[in-house]
Ligand binder design. Structure first.
Ligand code: SF4
Length: 65
């Protein structure tokens, strides 16, 4: 599955990292990928937590397909 981040939409609520530690934050609390902080998208093996994080983000700043 591909995870894509849209940092402009992130409101730094901190929810996604409580669901999956694949998510981390910059100094302003804006989402980034823990294993690829310079990238806005990455392929992952299918993981229910990633899909749940994407569905749970209140501003749809995480896309999963
Ligand atoms: S759940 Fe969404 S809005 Fe909240 S920190 Fe994660 S990406 Fe940002």
């Amino acid at each position: 599955m591909k995870i894509q981040l849209i940092p402009e939409k992130c409101i730094a609520c901190g929810l996604c990292q409580t669901i999956s530690n694949e998510f981390d934050y910059d100094d302003d609390g804006i989402v980034l990928l823990a294993s690829a902080p310079a990238s806005l998208e990455k392929e992952f093996p299918n993981q229910a937590e990633l899909l749940l994080a994407a569905k749970s983000c209140p501003t749809k700043a995480i896309l999963a397909d």
